[in-house]
Design a protein around this ligand. Structure first.
Ligand SMILES: Nc1ncnc2c1ncn2[C@@H]1O[C@H](COP(=O)(O)O)[C@@H](OP(=O)(O)O)[C@H]1O
Ligand SMILES: [Mg+2]
Length: 259
Protein backbone atom coordinates (compact mmCIF):
# COMPACT_ATOMS: atom_id res chain seq x y z
CA UNK A 1 0.00 0.00 0.00
CA UNK A 2 1.23 3.54 -0.80
CA UNK A 3 2.40 5.23 2.38
CA UNK A 4 0.42 8.16 3.69
CA UNK A 5 2.92 10.84 2.70
CA UNK A 6 3.22 9.50 -0.84
CA UNK A 7 -0.57 9.31 -1.10
CA UNK A 8 -0.93 12.91 0.12
CA UNK A 9 1.58 14.03 -2.52
CA UNK A 10 -0.02 11.98 -5.27
CA UNK A 11 -3.53 13.26 -4.55
CA UNK A 12 -2.51 16.93 -4.22
CA UNK A 13 -0.59 16.72 -7.50
CA UNK A 14 -3.42 14.98 -9.36
CA UNK A 15 -6.06 17.42 -8.05
CA UNK A 16 -3.77 20.24 -9.17
CA UNK A 17 -3.56 18.78 -12.68
CA UNK A 18 -7.34 18.54 -12.78
CA UNK A 19 -7.58 22.20 -11.72
CA UNK A 20 -5.16 23.31 -14.42
CA UNK A 21 -7.23 21.44 -16.97
CA UNK A 22 -10.50 23.04 -15.77
CA UNK A 23 -8.87 26.46 -15.88
CA UNK A 24 -7.65 25.90 -19.43
CA UNK A 25 -10.66 24.20 -20.99
CA UNK A 26 -13.83 25.26 -19.14
CA UNK A 27 -14.03 28.77 -20.59
CA UNK A 28 -14.94 29.98 -17.09
CA UNK A 29 -13.28 32.83 -15.19
CA UNK A 30 -13.58 34.53 -11.82
CA UNK A 31 -16.07 33.21 -9.28
CA UNK A 32 -17.52 30.61 -11.69
CA UNK A 33 -14.08 29.17 -12.34
CA UNK A 34 -13.35 29.15 -8.59
CA UNK A 35 -16.61 27.33 -7.86
CA UNK A 36 -16.03 24.75 -10.59
CA UNK A 37 -12.48 24.16 -9.36
CA UNK A 38 -13.53 23.89 -5.70
CA UNK A 39 -16.27 21.34 -6.37
CA UNK A 40 -14.49 19.16 -8.94
CA UNK A 41 -11.23 19.04 -6.99
CA UNK A 42 -13.21 18.20 -3.85
CA UNK A 43 -15.11 15.39 -5.57
CA UNK A 44 -11.85 13.97 -6.89
CA UNK A 45 -10.12 14.05 -3.48
CA UNK A 46 -13.10 12.52 -1.66
CA UNK A 47 -13.42 9.73 -4.21
CA UNK A 48 -9.72 8.86 -4.14
CA UNK A 49 -9.53 8.97 -0.33
CA UNK A 50 -12.60 6.71 -0.09
CA UNK A 51 -10.88 4.24 -2.44
CA UNK A 52 -7.44 4.37 -0.82
CA UNK A 53 -8.28 4.94 2.87
CA UNK A 54 -11.90 3.84 3.39
CA UNK A 55 -11.55 3.72 7.19
CA UNK A 56 -10.31 7.27 7.62
CA UNK A 57 -12.41 10.39 8.20
CA UNK A 58 -12.18 13.51 6.02
CA UNK A 59 -12.51 17.20 6.87
CA UNK A 60 -12.76 19.30 3.70
CA UNK A 61 -13.48 22.97 3.15
CA UNK A 62 -15.97 22.00 0.45
CA UNK A 63 -17.93 19.25 2.26
CA UNK A 64 -20.45 19.26 5.09
CA UNK A 65 -18.60 18.72 8.35
CA UNK A 66 -19.19 15.11 9.46
CA UNK A 67 -18.57 15.29 13.21
CA UNK A 68 -17.82 11.58 13.43
CA UNK A 69 -14.28 12.80 12.67
CA UNK A 70 -14.10 13.82 16.35
CA UNK A 71 -14.02 10.13 17.32
CA UNK A 72 -11.82 9.04 14.41
CA UNK A 73 -8.24 7.87 14.86
CA UNK A 74 -7.19 9.36 11.48
CA UNK A 75 -8.60 12.42 9.68
CA UNK A 76 -7.55 13.77 6.27
CA UNK A 77 -7.76 17.57 6.32
CA UNK A 78 -8.04 18.91 2.76
CA UNK A 79 -8.48 22.20 0.98
CA UNK A 80 -9.34 21.40 -2.66
CA UNK A 81 -8.31 24.90 -3.80
CA UNK A 82 -6.58 27.28 -1.43
CA UNK A 83 -6.48 30.74 -2.94
CA UNK A 84 -9.71 30.22 -4.87
CA UNK A 85 -9.80 33.93 -5.71
CA UNK A 86 -6.31 33.76 -7.29
CA UNK A 87 -7.11 30.50 -9.08
CA UNK A 88 -10.13 32.19 -10.68
CA UNK A 89 -8.11 35.22 -11.79
CA UNK A 90 -7.23 33.76 -15.14
CA UNK A 91 -6.63 34.78 -18.69
CA UNK A 92 -5.07 32.33 -21.14
CA UNK A 93 -1.31 32.58 -20.79
CA UNK A 94 -1.54 34.85 -17.76
CA UNK A 95 -2.74 32.80 -14.83
CA UNK A 96 -1.57 33.51 -11.30
CA UNK A 97 0.71 31.07 -9.53
CA UNK A 98 -0.31 31.75 -5.92
CA UNK A 99 -2.92 29.05 -5.32
CA UNK A 100 -2.54 25.55 -3.97
CA UNK A 101 -4.07 22.16 -3.15
CA UNK A 102 -3.69 20.99 0.46
CA UNK A 103 -3.82 17.37 1.64
CA UNK A 104 -2.88 16.63 5.26
CA UNK A 105 -3.35 13.65 7.56
CA UNK A 106 -3.98 14.08 11.29
CA UNK A 107 -3.88 11.29 13.86
CA UNK A 108 -5.42 11.33 17.33
CA UNK A 109 -2.16 10.17 18.90
CA UNK A 110 0.39 12.26 16.97
CA UNK A 111 -1.31 15.29 15.42
CA UNK A 112 -0.28 16.09 11.84
CA UNK A 113 1.52 13.02 10.48
CA UNK A 114 1.60 13.72 6.73
CA UNK A 115 1.05 16.65 4.43
CA UNK A 116 1.37 17.79 0.85
CA UNK A 117 0.97 21.20 -0.77
CA UNK A 118 0.75 21.30 -4.56
CA UNK A 119 1.50 24.51 -6.45
CA UNK A 120 -0.03 23.34 -9.73
CA UNK A 121 0.76 26.48 -11.74
CA UNK A 122 4.45 25.92 -10.96
CA UNK A 123 4.24 22.14 -11.48
CA UNK A 124 5.61 21.34 -8.05
CA UNK A 125 4.34 19.55 -4.93
CA UNK A 126 6.00 19.71 -1.52
CA UNK A 127 5.57 16.95 1.07
CA UNK A 128 6.54 16.67 4.73
CA UNK A 129 9.88 15.00 4.14
CA UNK A 130 13.31 16.35 5.08
CA UNK A 131 14.56 16.83 1.50
CA UNK A 132 16.31 20.18 1.33
CA UNK A 133 14.48 22.71 -0.86
CA UNK A 134 16.92 24.80 -2.89
CA UNK A 135 16.13 28.55 -3.04
CA UNK A 136 13.75 29.10 -5.96
CA UNK A 137 11.77 32.03 -7.39
CA UNK A 138 8.35 31.91 -9.04
CA UNK A 139 5.75 32.84 -6.43
CA UNK A 140 6.87 36.31 -5.39
CA UNK A 141 5.80 39.19 -7.61
CA UNK A 142 9.22 40.84 -7.38
CA UNK A 143 12.76 39.50 -7.10
CA UNK A 144 14.42 38.89 -3.76
CA UNK A 145 16.58 41.68 -2.37
CA UNK A 146 18.84 41.41 0.66
CA UNK A 147 16.18 42.31 3.22
CA UNK A 148 14.05 39.79 5.12
CA UNK A 149 10.61 39.32 3.64
CA UNK A 150 7.28 38.74 5.41
CA UNK A 151 4.44 37.38 3.26
CA UNK A 152 0.89 38.38 4.18
CA UNK A 153 -2.57 37.99 2.69
CA UNK A 154 -3.17 40.36 -0.23
CA UNK A 155 -6.80 40.87 0.76
CA UNK A 156 -6.74 40.51 4.56
CA UNK A 157 -3.28 41.34 5.96
CA UNK A 158 -3.02 41.29 9.76
CA UNK A 159 -3.30 44.61 11.60
CA UNK A 160 0.27 44.24 12.88
CA UNK A 161 1.82 43.44 9.45
CA UNK A 162 3.92 46.62 9.28
CA UNK A 163 5.12 46.14 12.85
CA UNK A 164 6.20 42.56 12.12
CA UNK A 165 8.15 43.69 9.05
CA UNK A 166 9.84 46.39 11.12
CA UNK A 167 10.67 43.88 13.89
CA UNK A 168 12.65 41.71 11.46
CA UNK A 169 14.12 44.72 9.66
CA UNK A 170 12.34 43.65 6.52
CA UNK A 171 9.57 44.30 4.02
CA UNK A 172 6.05 43.02 3.39
CA UNK A 173 5.11 41.00 0.33
CA UNK A 174 1.40 40.46 -0.34
CA UNK A 175 0.47 37.08 -1.85
CA UNK A 176 -2.65 34.94 -2.18
CA UNK A 177 -3.22 31.49 -0.65
CA UNK A 178 -2.03 30.23 2.72
CA UNK A 179 -0.33 27.27 1.05
CA UNK A 180 1.51 29.46 -1.45
CA UNK A 181 2.66 31.82 1.31
CA UNK A 182 3.89 28.96 3.49
CA UNK A 183 5.69 27.44 0.48
CA UNK A 184 7.23 30.85 -0.29
CA UNK A 185 9.00 30.51 3.07
CA UNK A 186 9.91 26.86 2.36
CA UNK A 187 11.33 27.93 -1.03
CA UNK A 188 13.37 30.77 0.45
CA UNK A 189 11.31 33.41 -1.37
CA UNK A 190 10.33 34.82 2.02
CA UNK A 191 11.41 34.47 5.65
CA UNK A 192 8.07 34.52 7.44
CA UNK A 193 4.32 34.24 6.90
CA UNK A 194 2.02 35.82 9.46
CA UNK A 195 -1.76 35.80 9.48
CA UNK A 196 -4.47 36.87 11.93
CA UNK A 197 -8.15 37.64 11.89
CA UNK A 198 -9.56 34.47 10.33
CA UNK A 199 -8.70 31.12 8.79
CA UNK A 200 -9.78 27.49 9.12
CA UNK A 201 -7.95 24.24 9.83
CA UNK A 202 -7.80 23.25 6.15
CA UNK A 203 -6.03 26.51 5.27
CA UNK A 204 -3.00 25.68 7.40
CA UNK A 205 -2.84 21.91 8.18
CA UNK A 206 -0.93 20.73 5.10
CA UNK A 207 1.24 23.87 4.81
CA UNK A 208 2.22 23.50 8.48
CA UNK A 209 3.03 19.77 8.10
CA UNK A 210 5.36 20.60 5.19
CA UNK A 211 6.90 23.73 6.73
CA UNK A 212 7.67 21.94 10.01
CA UNK A 213 9.38 19.09 8.19
CA UNK A 214 11.58 21.68 6.45
CA UNK A 215 12.77 23.08 9.78
CA UNK A 216 10.52 26.13 10.00
CA UNK A 217 8.81 27.28 13.20
CA UNK A 218 5.01 27.03 13.10
CA UNK A 219 2.57 28.19 15.78
CA UNK A 220 -0.20 30.56 16.80
CA UNK A 221 0.50 34.30 17.06
CA UNK A 222 0.54 33.98 20.87
CA UNK A 223 3.25 31.32 20.62
CA UNK A 224 0.92 28.41 21.45
CA UNK A 225 0.80 25.27 19.27
CA UNK A 226 -1.53 24.85 16.29
CA UNK A 227 -4.04 22.13 17.22
CA UNK A 228 -6.14 20.34 14.59
CA UNK A 229 -9.37 18.35 14.36
CA UNK A 230 -11.24 20.50 16.83
CA UNK A 231 -15.03 20.60 16.99
CA UNK A 232 -14.86 24.22 15.78
CA UNK A 233 -12.54 24.28 12.76
CA UNK A 234 -11.89 28.03 12.99
CA UNK A 235 -8.14 28.53 13.51
CA UNK A 236 -7.75 32.23 12.85
CA UNK A 237 -4.03 32.95 13.06
CA UNK A 238 -0.57 31.54 12.51
CA UNK A 239 3.10 32.27 12.15
CA UNK A 240 5.42 30.22 9.92
CA UNK A 241 8.98 31.47 9.97
CA UNK A 242 12.67 30.74 9.95
CA UNK A 243 13.70 29.89 13.51
CA UNK A 244 15.91 32.97 13.88
CA UNK A 245 12.87 35.26 13.53
CA UNK A 246 10.53 33.58 16.05
CA UNK A 247 11.44 35.79 18.97
CA UNK A 248 11.19 39.15 17.22
CA UNK A 249 7.95 38.20 15.45
CA UNK A 250 6.24 36.81 18.55
CA UNK A 251 7.16 39.92 20.51
CA UNK A 252 4.90 41.87 18.14
CA UNK A 253 2.20 39.27 17.49
CA UNK A 254 1.71 38.22 21.13
CA UNK A 255 0.79 41.78 21.89
CA UNK A 256 -1.51 41.81 18.85
CA UNK A 257 -3.11 38.63 20.22
CA UNK A 258 -3.84 40.48 23.44
CA UNK A 259 -1.14 38.61 25.40
N1 LIG B 1 -10.29 36.69 7.74
C1 LIG B 1 -10.47 35.49 7.19
N2 LIG B 1 -11.55 34.73 7.52
C2 LIG B 1 -11.72 33.49 6.98
N3 LIG B 1 -10.88 32.92 6.11
C3 LIG B 1 -9.79 33.63 5.74
C4 LIG B 1 -9.53 34.93 6.27
N4 LIG B 1 -8.37 35.38 5.74
C5 LIG B 1 -7.93 34.40 4.92
N5 LIG B 1 -8.77 33.35 4.92
C6 LIG B 1 -8.65 32.11 4.12
O1 LIG B 1 -7.29 31.70 4.10
C7 LIG B 1 -6.90 31.33 2.78
C8 LIG B 1 -5.76 32.22 2.35
O2 LIG B 1 -6.23 33.56 2.28
P1 LIG B 1 -5.34 34.73 1.68
O3 LIG B 1 -5.15 34.38 0.25
O4 LIG B 1 -6.14 35.97 1.90
O5 LIG B 1 -4.07 34.69 2.46
C9 LIG B 1 -8.12 31.48 1.87
O6 LIG B 1 -8.64 30.16 1.71
P2 LIG B 1 -9.52 29.69 0.43
O7 LIG B 1 -8.98 30.31 -0.80
O8 LIG B 1 -9.35 28.21 0.50
O9 LIG B 1 -10.92 30.10 0.75
C10 LIG B 1 -9.02 32.40 2.69
O10 LIG B 1 -10.40 32.13 2.51
MG1 LIG C 1 -8.01 27.71 1.97
Amino acid sequence: MTDDRALAGELATAAGELLLDIRKTSGLTGKELGNAGDSQSNEFLLRRLAEERPDDAVLSEESADDKSRLQAERVWIVDPVDGTREYGTYEPGAGRTDWAVHVALWSASDGLIAGAVALPALGVTYVDDDTVVEPTEGLASRPRTGVPRVVVSSSRPPAFADEVAAAVGGELLPMGSAGAKAMAVVRGEADAYVHAGGQYEWDSAAPVAVARAKGLWCGRIDGSPLVYNNEDTYLPDLVICRPEYVESILTVTTEGAGG
